[in-house]
Design a protein around this ligand. Sequence first.
Ligand code: ATP
Ligand code: MG
Length: 354
Amino acid sequence: MGLFDDMLKDSESLFLNEMELDYDYVPKIVKYREDQQQHMATCIKPLFQNRNGTHLLITGRSGIGKTVAVKKVFEDLEKETLDIIPIYINCWKKDTFYKIALHICEKVGYKWVHNKKGDELFKEACALLNKKKVVFCFDEVDKLEEQSILYSVVEDVYKKSIFMVTNEKDWLAKLDQRIRSRMIPEILEFEPYNYDETKGILEQRKESAFVSGIWDDDAFEKVVEKTVELGDIRVGLHMLRESGNAAEIKSSKKIRMPHVESAVKKLDSFKIRDSKDLGEEENFIIELVKAKPDINLVQLYEDYKKKYNQSYRTLQRKVADLEGAGLLSVKESTTKQGGKTSSLNVASKKLTEF
Ligand SMILES: Nc1ncnc2c1ncn2[C@@H]1O[C@H](COP(=O)(O)OP(=O)(O)OP(=O)(O)O)[C@@H](O)[C@H]1O
Ligand SMILES: [Mg+2]
């Protein structure tokens, strides 16, 4: 073997289709979620016979294929018929009546949206929707600022099936009683993937994202183990990509254990790279700041310690991490007495990006 045989040339890449590692990429087949996809299809089925569909509350922890399974079903539905319109709404991004009404208008091709209020937009969209049948998916439904959109959909859209997706198992209890009594959903619970399933999913993504044969078996095994440990497929996708990058930086033609190890080291910052990776405490902090814009750290600590028995320093560290992840903005200012204070706000741009 020549000295440089194992070296990647400038023009070469280990990645074949890097975008297949994107979190929102929908693969051709969503493995191991066949039963759940079947359940969703059964809820939609009555719409094919012009009857009302069944509503569904989809729950389960983060990173286990809820969103991707719904998107796959919607893709298949779009291929099957033009009579049933699937409308997917991410309620992190679109959390008000107006934003969602506008989104629905875009989806149904209603263009005269200027200078119209939310309820006017919804009325126009409804007139078009009611010529057909609709499946709605309100993903991250617990992030809705205004539940009234659910009420309007239940009341004013004739033939529909409504899917709601959330990590919070008991979210239904938080739903306004008037909506709940009009829309009693079936529950579809997603269980975490086991070891073999996690491996199968990552194998599939690896095969399509990378040049064939460049992964050392034990290096890939390490990615699988770490993903199983953290129970979130996003971690695996992130590590596949980061390991590939680490190998490319070293101009290596193979992805080996040291490359994966350097990717594992970066996982800490990954943990709060986006809202999906926030722990309960971090979510609580964000909610507090959201409720009280410009709150300072001392005031925040007053609220925080009511729920968590933690030190001021712990809160400081968590706030710094959240700031580092671009989820909180911290502004330092000087008080009238000359002391230093900081005011906290949710970095709304980031929050609406995912
Ligand atoms: N069965 C699968 N086949 C291929 N990719 C999968 C599968 N399950 C999950 N993934 C991938 O893992 C990532 C996380 O999945 P998804 O976004 O569906 O999680 P989720 O359950 O909706 O999580 P969250 O509650 O945080 O929104 C996505 O990039 C998705 O493509
Ligand atoms: Mg999701």
